[in-house]
Write a protein that binds this ligand. Sequence first.
Ligand code: FE2
Length: 318
Amino acid sequence: MEVFPVIDMEKLEGNDRGAAMEILRDACENWGFFEILNHGISHELMDEVERLNKGHYRKRREQRFKEFASKALEDASSSDANDMDWESTFFVSHLPETNLYEIPDLDDQYRKKMREFALDLEKLAERLLDLLCENLGLEKGYLKKAFCGSKGPTFGTKVSSYPPCPRPDLINGLRAHTDAGGIILLFQDDQVSGLQLLKDGQWVDVPPMRHSIVVNIGDQLEVITNGKYKSVMHRVVAQTDGNRMSIASFYNPGSDAVIFPAPALVEKEAAEKKNEVYPRFVFEDYMKLYVGQKFQAKEPRFEAFKAVETVSAQPIAT
Ligand SMILES: [Fe+2]
């Protein structure tokens, strides 16, 4: 069996750099996911973020979730519709502007630590993007710049809990999807598993590992790399025991960033046969489409934008 790719980022500074970059390349091309250790974010900060989040769930969200849960189970057992997720979640935005101070039920310590954590994650995401540039043969800073738009990147965190579920056969923790954005950094529970990715038609567990960060590729990186790197379907399977914590941070393009395949990665013959080249679009237009189609395959989304491009490339009849 293939081994889930784990990269010790300290090795990127030493003699084993080549081997670590090779694991990264293989992960980006063949898994869409990898896990990193020694990423530079302090373990004390991670422990504190975990403690604060688990406390926040118990104090502020557990009761509300229980009310939702009994209704969700009733609905799931009485119909075939599979349109619910067994999760309690809220979203914190960091860039271009933070909403941390507008979310009413957070205390000062939570806000302070989440802000610190988000700043570290932002730096880490940019460091990872440059490692990807290096592996892709793109100039340093290319991907960061591609995400920039007029106000810089969009960066936000989805804070989720997946409480124990008595009937995981009836309801998913989170239904299968690819992520729409750029690069995603996940701080996941080190005790309660559940995250799986689809590889070669099989669901593979993303193993919990203390103080690691799980990284995955979103649809935008697939477009910019012209399919060299792929966003991969993943899901959360609800568990009968344990409350899974998941803190996923999305480093995405700015809303008005124009996304298109890096010219250096579009092979000549593919450019001539236009169909093999990924489309060009404005990121916020992609997100408008994604909102209604998150749990569907990504390919029709790419095709929809190719169709728009073909139409707009037609000469205007006079
Ligand atoms: Fe996701």
